[in-house]
Design a binder for this molecule. Structure first.
Ligand code: PLP
Length: 388
């Protein structure tokens, strides 16, 4: 690799750019994870992580990526053969339901076009038809990172309540936590799954389950095999600020600093910042004459925007050119969207000028790749930022 001056633009929708102060915090010496200094850190983090999830209940932390927290949510609450209702909102929802099948659950996978979120009306229909309450959980990916579509969790919850159905609500917030408004308690979510590498502005390697009382009760009778993911020893050790195994201490230093940054800005401001950058990005996409993948304006994502390229254009070639010429990484189209879209991550440690740089790179890249666009996108986004 030749030397590239200046900072790399990491504008994939996670992992995101890690702030310097978080990097510095993580460079402190690793301490004894069974000693008193660690217990203090552990207790502080286990308390201070809760507001990001919008909960006053327990949040467990795993030294694992988001996929592990997906598994934890399923194995702690469900039993072999249980039915779960899942929605094909995109690549990650598809992977989660595949995992559920692999674990021995029976999945009702509602097909989708990868341009819409989970449909609350279908939730209502499916649960109303399930008079015997065979569906034990509804699993929804809050923000589909593969499509830039955000499902309406309060409406999904309302549909479940209207049906009077006792299923648990399991929600993946891996690319929405700390970026898009989210309220575990208020929205009646039973398990919220998340990860460190997106809105929390940390490297990958930490993941989370926020757990409702109903989910804790379900764990008492759930029979899927579990060991590493078992909430019980975790919650017991957490009482004293410890973990049942070796935690990733330096990532926890980073988490402490990342939470400090999020709370210093204020979560409502963090969410508004993301929504504003997302709106400016959509203004750019439309001014280029391109199409935003998400089709429902109620479901626009604050953390990323997926852009459809014209027929005959290979989005991966455009991304490769942008990486080569401008040292910027953009998200690839995943699964059935491979080559058809690119994804602009605008989440985490990100401001107006990061957006201006990002969109400039995209505009120059599209032009150099010969994609027929109007070169007005950057100007449209800047106008939006000035006026809003
Ligand atoms: N769910 C969503 C919405 C994601 O975006 C990702 C990763 O990007 C995952 C799950 C999987 O998480 P991980 O790659 O951290 O295991």
């Amino acid at each position: 690799m030749t030397y590239a001056a200046g900072r790399h633009f990491l504008q994939i929708p996670g992992p995101t750019n890690v702030p310097d102060s978080v990097l510095r915090a993580m460079s402190a010496a690793t301490i004894d994870h069974r000693g008193p200094e660690f217990a203090e850190l552990g207790l502080e983090l286990l308390r201070d992580i809760r507001p990001v999830f919008g909960t006053t209940g327990p949040v467990v932390l795993y030294p694992a990526t988001g996929t592990g927290a997906w598994e934890a949510a399923l194995v702690n609450t469900l039993s072999p053969g249980d039915r779960v209702l899942c929605f094909e909102t995109g690549h990650f929802a598809t992977l989660w339901q595949e995992m559920a099948r692999g674990l021995g659950l029976e999945v009702d996978f509602v097909p989708g076009d990868w341009r819409h979120g989970a449909n609350p009306e279908v939730v209502a229909e499916k649960l109303a038809a399930d008079r015997a309450y065979t569906i034990k959980a509804v699993c929804v990916v809050h923000n589909e990172t593969s499509t830039g579509v955000t499902s309406r969790i309060p409406e999904v919850r309302a549909a479940m309540d209207a049906a009077g159905h006792p299923a648990l609500l399991l929600v993946d917030t891996i690319s929405s936590l700390g970026s898009i408004d989210y309220r575990h308690d208020e929205w009646g979510v039973d398990v919220t799954v998340s990860g460190s590498q997106k809105g929390l502005m940390l490297p990958p390697g930490l993941s989370f389950n926020a757990i409702s009382e109903k989910a804790l009760a379900a764990a008492e009778t759930a029979r899927l095999p579990r060991s590493f993911w078992d909430w019980k020893p975790m919650l017991a050790a957490n009482q004293r600020g410890f973990f049942p195994y070796t935690p990733n201490t330096n990532l926890l230093y980073g988490l402490k600093e990342a939470l400090r940054l999020l709370y210093a800005e204020g979560l409502p401001n963090v969410f508004a910042r993301h929504a504003r950058h997302a709106a400016a990005t959509r203004a750019a996409v439309r001014a280029w004459g391109l199409e935003v993948l998400c089709l429902d304006e109620r479901e626009y994502s604050g953390s990323l925007t997926a852009v459809l390229v014209p027929d005959g254009v290979d989005a991966d070639k455009v991304r490769a050119l942008i990486l080569d010429r401008f040292d910027m990484s953009l998200g690839a189209g995943l699964g059935k969207l491979a080559g058809r879209i690119f994804r602009i991550g605008h989440l985490g440690a990100f401001n107006d000028l990061t957006l201006a740089g990002t969109l400039s790179g995209v505009q120059m890249g599209l032009t150099l790749a010969g994609v027929p666009i109007e070169p007005r996108g950057v100007a449209a986004a800047l106008e939006y930022l000035q006026d809003n």
